[in-house]
Ligand binder design. Sequence first.
Ligand code: PRP
Ligand code: ZN
Length: 294
Amino acid sequence: MSARERLRIAVQKNGRLAEPSLALLAQCGFRFRQSRDKLFCFGEAAPVDLLLVRDDDIPGLVAEGVCELGIVGRNVLAEHTAGGEARVDEIRALGFGVCRLALAVPAEQPYGGVADLAGRRIATSYPQLLERFLAAAGIAATTVVLNGSVEIAPRLGTADLVCDLVSSGATLAANHLREVEVVLQSEAVLVGSAPRADVPRGELETMLLRRLDAALAVKESKLVLLSARREAWPAIRSLLPGNARASIMTLDGSSDEIAVQALCTGAVTWQHLEEMQRAGAQGLLVVPVEKMLA
Ligand code: PRP
Ligand code: ZN
């Protein structure tokens, strides 16, 4: 690792991960002044700077040590790694940019399983991942590498099917394609060069990871407030989602009524609330948590 004193993070310049990546870093207390060419962003709150680049360049920049960390789709990282290039590690899954790399065939075409792929031409921007998938299935097919507009290849006759990213499924539907196999589940991930025993992780990086973990935990956390009769509490407690930690207060002037404040991890759905209400909870309130330091 370089002796640079400022930490550098590679982030997607344009595209789906760009805005949520910056939002997550902002939640961790990192703010940036954007330079005019918008390639380099100077960190104002801490010695942590950004490099705004094409997502496909991020694993390489981290592997070469130009940046210590990067935020990129697991699909891009996996394609880089499957290609046998310098190792870059996934450090954390970040929970946004969820999508999958999938095989899709023309909607009206029958599909009976991977054996049907033999001898077909498959258009993709992810040749390494596709070839690894085919090899694992023992299928010989032809990979047609395209760097964009993969979904129109079957209509143009340049391929029989596609191996492309699917998020909402709107692109497949618009192109009359039907998803048949998932090659890789993906989401945005924090990447770093593989840790080596002789390279200490910098203090800045440790701080960033600590804040990131807190920010990720907060995203999943809700404070649930309610009141109930004391005897209803065991039933209500068993309905609280996640590993809820609850504090119980006795209501002033009443010995059998309690007020509860519980920190829940995971989603608190309407169904959870309705079940708790049936069990005797009143005045249910679900409050988002902004910051948390255990
Ligand atoms: C991806 C992918 C599909 C689309 C799928 O492209 O290549 O075209 O998203 O999303 P959907 O299922 O929600 O329609 P993206 O817009 O990320 O741009 P890219 O060409 O840079 O990959
Ligand atoms: Zn891309």
